[in-house]
Write a protein that binds this ligand. Structure first.
Ligand code: ZN
Length: 354
C-alpha cells in the first residue's frame, strides 16, 4: 500500500500528507506560492476534522486523515454506521467550510481594509469553493455521499449507489459542456485554453473514476453480505512460534510451499512475508534472528463473520490479508485480491444484465 508522510496527531487522529501533496509543496516552493498552499492545507484539514470528529461523536472509528492537493480524505470505518449517521458525517465537512467562508466573508466586509483584506478574501474564496464543490451531489465528493445516504434509507445500499452514480454522470456532463462553452467563448489565449481543457480532463477522471469505485464497492458488499468468511478461506500459510529463527524458517519453507508465515504474539496475529524470509533466511548474519523481529501485525476476524464485514475491515486497516480465527486458533487467511476478483466477476454479470 502506498502511504504518505505522517506529520503528527490532532485530537488523537493521525494526519498524513499524501506523496502527491509533498510533490506539490516542492513545486510551489520553487515558484514561491508557499503561503497559499499552507492556507489551503489548513482549510482542508479543518474540513476533514469536521468529518472525523463527527464520526467520533457517533462512536465510529477514525484511522487517519490524508491530505491530497485537491482536498482530503478521512479514513473512517463506515461499516458500523447506519445511513443517518453516514449522512451526518458527510454533511459535517462542507458545513465546516461553509461556516469558515461566512466568518472570513463577514470579516472581509466589516473589518477596516488593509493588508489583511486580500488574505481574508483568499480565505473566503477557498472555503466557499470547498463548500460549494462538496455540496454537488456527485461521487466521490461529500455531496455524492450525502445523496447516497439519503437514498439508502428507502432504497437500500445498491440502488442508492446506482442512482447516485447516474446523478454524478449527469453533473459531470453538465460541468464539461458548460465549461467548454465558456472556454470557447471567453478564452482567447491558446495556452490558457489548453490548461483549462487539461483541468476538465482531471475533473472527469476524478468524478468518473470515483463513481465507478463506489459502484464496485456497492456490488462487492451486496454480493458478500450473505457469505461467511469461511467460504473464501485460504490455507496457503504456515504457522510458527514467535521464537522461530529465520534460518529454521527458511529451511521449512524450502520443503513446504506457502505464501505466508503467521505466528501469534499474545492476542495479535503477525505475519512475515516469504520475500523477507528468502532474503534473510540463508545469510550467515541473520540465521539466528527471530521471526518476530521482521513481522507486522495483521487484522484478524472470526471465521463466522460476514465476508462484507471482513472486506471493510481490510480496507480500513489498509491490509491485503487477514487472519481467520476460530476461538484462539488461526485456521486460515483471507486475501483481498481473491475476494475482489470474485466480486468483480459477479459485478460484470450484474452490469451486463442492466
Ligand atoms: Zn469532505
Amino acid at each position: 500500500m502506498v502511504s504518505g508522510i505522517s506529520i503528527g496527531k490532532l485530537f488523537g487522529i493521525a494526519i498524513e500528507l499524501d506523496w502527491t501533496f509533498v510533490l506539490l509543496l516542492l513545486i510551489v516552493l520553487f515558484f514561491g506560492y508557499f503561503t497559499i498552499v499552507v492556507i489551503l492545507f489548513l482549510m482542508v484539514l479543518l474540513h476533514e476534522l469536521g468529518h472525523s470528529l463527527t464520526s467520533r461523536h457517533y462512536k465510529i472509528k477514525v484511522k487517519k486523515i490524508v491530505l491530497f492537493p485537491l482536498g482530503g480524505a478521512s479514513i473512517i470505518d463506515l461499516d458500523d454506521a447506519d445511513p443517518d449517521t453516514s449522512l451526518r458525517i458527510a454533511l459535517a465537512g462542507p458545513l465546516v467550510s461553509t461556516a469558515l467562508a461566512l466568518v472570513f466573508g463577514l470579516m472581509y466586509l466589516y473589518l477596516p481594509s488593509g493588508a489583511m483584506g486580500s488574505a481574508l478574501e483568499v480565505l473566503f474564496l477557498l472555503n466557499g469553493l470547498l463548500a460549494v464543490s462538496n455540496f454537488l451531489p456527485a461521487f466521490p465528493l461529500d455531496g455524492g455521499r450525502i445523496l447516497k445516504s439519503y437514498l439508502e434509507k428507502r432504497n437500500g445500499q445498491l440502488v442508492a449507489t446506482e442512482r447516485t452514480v447516474k446523478v454524478s454522470k449527469i453533473i459531470l456532463a453538465i460541468y464539461i459542456v458548460g465549461s467548454t462553452i465558456y472556454e470557447i467563448l471567453y478564452i482567447t489565449d491558446p495556452g490558457t485554453f489548453v490548461l483549462y481543457m487539461l483541468w476538465n480532463v482531471i475533473i472527469a477522471i476524478f468524478i468518473y473514476g470515483g463513481a465507478r469505485a463506489e459502484l464496485e464497492m456497492a456490488y462487492i458488499s451486496k454480493y458478500t453480505e450473505k457469505l461467511h468468511v469461511y467460504s473464501l478461506l485460504s490455507k496457503d500459510f504456515i504457522q510458527v512460534k514467535s521464537s522461530t529463527t529465520m534460518g529454521w524458517l527458511y529451511r521449512i519453507l524450502l520443503r513446504r510451499g506457502a505464501r505466508t508465515v503467521l505466528f501469534k504474539d499474545g492476542k495479535v496475529v503477525k505475519m512475515v512475508s516469504r520475500i523477507t524470509v528468502n532474503g534473510l533466511g540463508n545469510k550467515t548474519g541473520s540465521l539466528n534472528l527471530k521471526v518476530s523481529q521482521f513481522a507486522d501485525e495483521i487484522p484478524a476476524i472470526d471465521y463466522n463473520a460476514n465476508l462484507s464485514k471482513a472486506i471493510s475491515r481490510m480496507r480500513y486497516e489498509e491490509s491485503g490479508i487477514m487472519a481467520v480465527t476460530k476461538g484462539k486458533k488461526v485456521i486460515g487467511i483471507l486475501l483481498a485480491d481473491r475476494i475482489e476478483a470474485l466480486a468483480a466477476l459477479h459485478m460484470h454479470h450484474a452490469l451486463a444484465k442492466n
